[in-house]
Design a protein around this ligand. Structure first.
Ligand code: ADP
Length: 422
């Protein structure tokens, strides 16, 4: 197997898919691994995205996980390392973006890197070091109330400086707009001033394409998924259909949805309105050890229907219903019960011959991928921004699966997804 061009470390799993999707669209063949791989890669690729679950762990744990991933990527010959975090720079004053960046810099023996969560396609832009989400500053976007990583300061130079001992500087939009030479000159200037991490402005994909060439040869890049669009060209790669090619799809089709986000509620309603069969799982029915029985009922219902097209199994509900269930069962218990049941349904559906599976919900996806024993995903064509089809190979031929995080996808996502694979 040839040397890996780009080795990526993502601090969560749907974020990893988002990055992988951008790389594929820019011409790289990509495999996403669930944690640090223990087996050889399933395909010949240009980039690997190792999906960790390190965003909100204690910093020491996040560092340890990231360094383990780095070691594996280096063993594959990765020529450049990309540390991927959220486009809203989700972190606490202690980290983990700063501490992980610093640890990776130390391990790579480099004294300079960049940091920018800019992802203009998703409305995340950085201007004079300030992060905007849509039309408002980060700290007015709702992110100031995030339960785990409240973001109350939109100034990324300050936010990053609070998390790292290295000096943080800025490469502003004027410099970025002038292109590679000016960006490299500014980097040299910052370096001479003792700056170790440069926040970079970017308000458009054009900015990211101007930034890309200036990152050629940089041992470590830290960013959201946006910067990825400018990197494949540094390795001589252009967007191509081959990059997203997956084995031909076959087998039966199903959707499993545990997301209760606004977009998913609309997608479930839309799927039902098309007349396709759908079965709801009520969380309360899973109590008192009834989960296995409910799963068997669902599978018995699905068995005669699957041959005629996709079926939907869902726990998706509107906020009031979710709150009521959470009040009855507890937030964590309700979540765990439902995730466990939906994962068992997904496994049962595969037993019935399903080989094309749509999963809606970030946590739900994690539970299903685990229950299905999936360790690696080859990334295929995009269905909607941030959501590609993937292929998980196995001795029995493998399955096509797409993991849709809550608010992604248009209303007709479920039907569109199968159409896209046909
Ligand atoms: P999203 O990506 O939309 O956030 P997730 O799958 O990450 O979706 O999270 C949804 C959580 O809500 C999961 O833990 C899931 O088990 C739980 N859940 C799903 N349906 C219900 C429901 N009807 N009532 C309460 N909790 C639910």
């Amino acid at each position: 197997m040839s040397k890996l061009k780009l080795g990526c470390i993502a601090d969560d799993s749907t974020g990893a898919t988002d990055l992988a999707n951008n790389l594929v669209r820019s011409g790289m063949r990509v495999v996403q691994t669930i944690g640090v791989p223990t087996a050889p890669l399933v395909a010949e690729v240009d980039a690997v995205v190792v999906a960790l679950k390190s965003r909100t762990n204690p910093a020491a744990e996040a560092i340890a996980q990231s360094l383990e991933a780095l070691k594996w990527l280096q063993a594959q010959g990765a020529q450049q390392i990309y540390f991927k975090y959220c486009s809203t720079f989700d972190s606490t004053p202690e980290g983990n973006i700063g501490p992980v960046t610093e640890a990776l810099m130390d391990a790579l023996g480099t004294d300079f890197t960049i940091a920018t969560p800019a992802f203009p396609d998703n409305g995340r832009t950085v201007f004079k070091g300030y992060l905007f989400a849509g039309n408002v500053l980060l700290n007015e976007s709702g992110m100031q109330n995030h339960p785990l990583t409240p973001m109350t300061d939109p100034n990324l130079v300050r936010v990053m400086q609070a998390q790292t001992k290295r000096k943080v500087g800025l490469i502003d939009h004027k410099t970025v707009g002038q292109g590679e030479a000016a960006i490299r000159e500014r980097m040299a200037e910052l370096r001479a001033e003792g700056v170790g991490v440069a926040v970079v402005d970017a308000t458009s994909n054009a900015d990211l394409h101007l930034l890309g060439p200036a990152l050629k040869g940089m041992p470590l890049v830290t960013a959201g998924s946006g910067v990825a669009i400018g990197l494949p060209a540094n390795f001589g790669l252009k967007p191509s259909l081959q990059a997203s090619q997956l084995p031909a799809a076959s087998g039966l089709q199903a959707v499993v949805s545990g997301s209760c986000s606004v977009a998913t509620n609309a997608q479930v309603a839309h799927f039902k309105a098309t007349g396709r069969p759908a079965m709801a799982i009520a969380p309360a029915s899973l109590m008192h050890g009834q989960s296995d029985a409910v799963v068997q009922q669902v599978l018995a219902w699905a068995t005669p229907l699957l041959k005629d097209g996709p079926v939907l199994v869902y726990s998706t509900a509107e906020p009031d219903a979710v709150k009521a269930v959470q009040a009855q069962l507890g937030v964590a218990e309700a979540g765990a019960l439902v995730e466990h049941a939906l994962a068992a349904v997904a496994r049962g559906l595969l037993g019935l011959g399903v080989r094309q599976l749509v999963v809606a919900g970030g946590e739900t996806s994690g539970a299903c991928v685990q229950a299905l024993g999936i360790a690696q995903l080859q990334i295929g064509p995009q269905i909607d921004p941030g959501v590609p089809w993937c292929h998980a190979p196995s001795a029995t031929g493998g399955i096509h699966i797409t993991l849709k995080s809550g608010n992604f996808g248009t209303e007709d996502f479920f039907s569109k997804a199968f159409g896209a694979l046909a």
